[in-house]
Write a protein that binds this ligand. Sequence first.
Ligand code: GLN
Ligand code: ZN
Length: 757
Amino acid sequence: MSKVMSSNLGYPRIGENREWKKVLEQYWSHKVDAESFEKQMENIRLEHVKKQRDQGVDLIPLGDFSLYDHVLDTAVMFGVVPERFDYQGGKVPLDTYFDIARGTKDSPASEMTKWFNTNYHYIVPEFSGFAPELVENRPLAFYREAKEKLGIKGKPVIIGPFTFVKLSKGYDEKDENALVEKLVPLYAQVLKELQDEGVEWVQMDEPILCTSISKQKVERFKEIYGTLKQAAPHVKVILQTYFDRLDHYKEVTSIPVDGIGMDFIHDRGENWEALRKSGFPEDKILAAGVVDGRNIWRRNLVDAHSFVSSLADYVAKDRLIIQPASSLLHVPVTVRQEDALDKVLKKGMSFADEKLKEVALLAKALGEGVGTVEKELEESVNSIAALHESAGSTRDVLEEGSSNVRRISPYSIRRKVQPKLPLLPTTTIGSFPQTSEVRRQRMKWRKGEIGDDVYRQFIRGEIKRWIDIQEEVGLDVLVHGEFERTDMVEFFGGKLDGFQFTTFGWVQSYGSRCVKPPIIYRDVNFIKPMTVDETVYAQSLTDKPVKGMLTGPITILNWSFVREDLSRYTVANQIARSLRKEIESLEEQGIRMIQVDEPALREGLPLKKERWDEYLQAAVHSFKLATSSVQNETQIHTHMCYSDFEDIMEAISDLDADVISIETSRSHGELINIFEESTYDKGIGLGVYDIHSPRIPECEEIITHIKRSLKVLDPTQFWINPDCGLKTRGIAETISSLKVMVEAAEHVRSELLVKNE
Ligand code: GLN
Ligand code: ZN
C-alpha cells in the first residue's frame, strides 16, 4: 500500500451561487468600497480552498482564483500595463487592473481573446508600456494566505513564461525569445521567494506545449526551465500541459522539471501511446489528468481505475499524481443543487466538486486497493449505463446523405437578386440592451406570475420600441432585438428537443459574465418554429428589411455540454437539420435576410494544426446544411466575434454566406491587413466600434476605421456595424453610439458618391 496523491489544477471562481460575480459587479457600481470588496473576495477564495480540501484533494491550487482573469493577473504581477493607462510602476492598483480589462472613458480596454479552444476569454497582455518587472509576488501572497488562515500548504499556480509570451502582443515575433529571456529572472525571483517560504510544489502552466510547436522550441524550454531550476532547486515544479497531447514527447519529458502534467482525456489516446512506447523518466513525477475538466459527465471510474493502474506499470505509484485533465474553470461548481433535473441525468453528471471526488477516489483506489471504494466505482458505471440507455439512439446516419448543402446559384448571381440597399449599409449584430425590466418580466413569466400572452405583449412592446429607435437612428437593416432570449444558445436549446437545463450550472465566459451551457443528452430535433413570431412581427412594423437571427450549429455545439455516446459532428448535424427547418419557416413568412451566428466556430479549432481540416470541414458542412436550402433572393448573414481570423479564412469563405460581420475594433484593426493578401468577394462588415466597453466612440475614429477597411475592401461589399450584439450595454449609450456610427457611415458614403460623380 502506498499513498497516491490527488491534485487539482484550477477551481471555478464564480461560486456555487455566483457570489463572486455579484461582489464584483457591486464593486464596479460603487455599492461596496475597495476594502469590503477585497474582504469578501478573500472569503470566497478561502472558501474554495476549503471546499477542495473537503473533497479529498491533496494538492490544492492557489492563485488560480482571480478578480477578473488569470492572464491579466500574470501581466500585472510583472507590471505589464499598456501605456495608455495611468500607471507609475509598483504594485498595480485595483482600479487600474479593472481599467485594463474594461476600458475607461479615454482609454480603450485591452483586447480579449479566447483561451485556447475554450469559451473562456482572457485579457491579452500588451508589452507596450513599462519593461517587465516583478511588482508583486502573487503566488507567494496566496500561498501565505491559505497557510496562515487555513493551515493549508497549497500549490501555487503560475502561467509559464512561454505560454505567457505567446498569449501576449505588442512585440515582434522575432523578439519572442528575447522577451522570454527578459522574464526569466522575474520568474526565478518568484520561485526563489516561494522556496524561501518553504513551498514544496508549484504548477507552471504551459499549455502551448499542446499546440503544434517545433522541436527547437522544446529545446528552449529545456534551457529556460534549467535556469529556473537552478534558481530554486528545492521547489518541485510540475510543468503542466492540457487540452491535447504533447508533441515531441521524449524531449518534453526530459525538460529539467520535477514533474510533467499530461492530459489523458483530450489527447485522443496519443499521450498514452507515447508513454507506452518511450516510457517515462524515472526521476520525474507524472501528474496524470484522467478526469475531463471540460465536460460535465460522470467518469466511468472502473475504466479510469484500470487506466491509472496501467500507468502504474510505467511510473512508480509514489511518483504518480491523479488529477483532472485541465482546470475546472470550464465546468460549473456542483451538481448538488440540481434537483429540478431528471434523476437519471443528474446521476450521470459530475461538475467541479464531483470531479474532485472522482479524482480522490481514483487516487485512493490506486494507493490502497479497490476494496475500500469498490461500490463507488461500480456505481459510476451503472449511472452512465442508465444515462446512455435513456438517451436513445440516432437516425442521423441514415439521413446524412440526403441533404443538399449547396445554394441554388453562386454568390455572383445571388447578389443581384437580393435586397437593394444603400452603399455601405448599416446594421447591428442582433441584440439590443436587456434592461432589468426585460429580465424582471421574464422572471415573472417563468414563475407563472404573468401569463404567456402578457409576456408576449411585453416582448412585442420592446420590439416595437426598438424598431422605432432603429428607424430614427437611420439604420438600413433592422433587427428585432432578441429581447425574448437570455442567451443565444440557451434560447434555442430550450426550444429544440434533446436539450436539458441546469438551474445553477454557470461557467465564467469573460470578466463577470457567466453563461449556463445547455446539456445535449438526446437526439436533437426541431419541434416548431422558434423565432418566426418575433421576427415577422418586427418586419410588420417597418419597410426596411429585418434580419432574422439564429445561432449556428457549431456555436450551439461548442457552447453546450455534449453527450459522449455520439460523435460531436453527428450532433452538430442534428442541430443543423433543425435550424434548416427554422430557416425555411422564416423564409416562408417573407423574411429575406437571415443571420446565422457562429461566434464559436474559431474557438473550436483543435490545438493541433493537423486536426484543423477535419474540424473545419465538418463545421462548414453543418453550417451549409443549415443554410443552403434558401432561395437566391434570401440573404444569409453570419457573424463571428474574434479577430484571429487568418487561419480560417478559407473555411469562412466556404461557408458561402452572403454577408459576414466580424469583430475588429478591439484588436485595433489588425485583421484588416489580411484582406490585402486574400481576396474576399462577398459582403463583409468589420465591426467599427467596441461594444465590450461602455465608451461611446468618436465619429472621427469610426471614419478612420471605415476608410482603413476601404483600402483593402470594395465599398460595394462593405457593411457597417458594431463589433457584436448590444445586449450588455445601456440604452442611452447604445443609441448614442449607433447615431455616431450612422453619421460616420453617411459621411464616408457621401464622400464616395462625390468622388464617383
Ligand atoms: N446575435 C447575437 C447578439 O447580437 C450575437 C452574439 C455573439 O456573437 N456572441 O447578441
Ligand atoms: Zn459577436
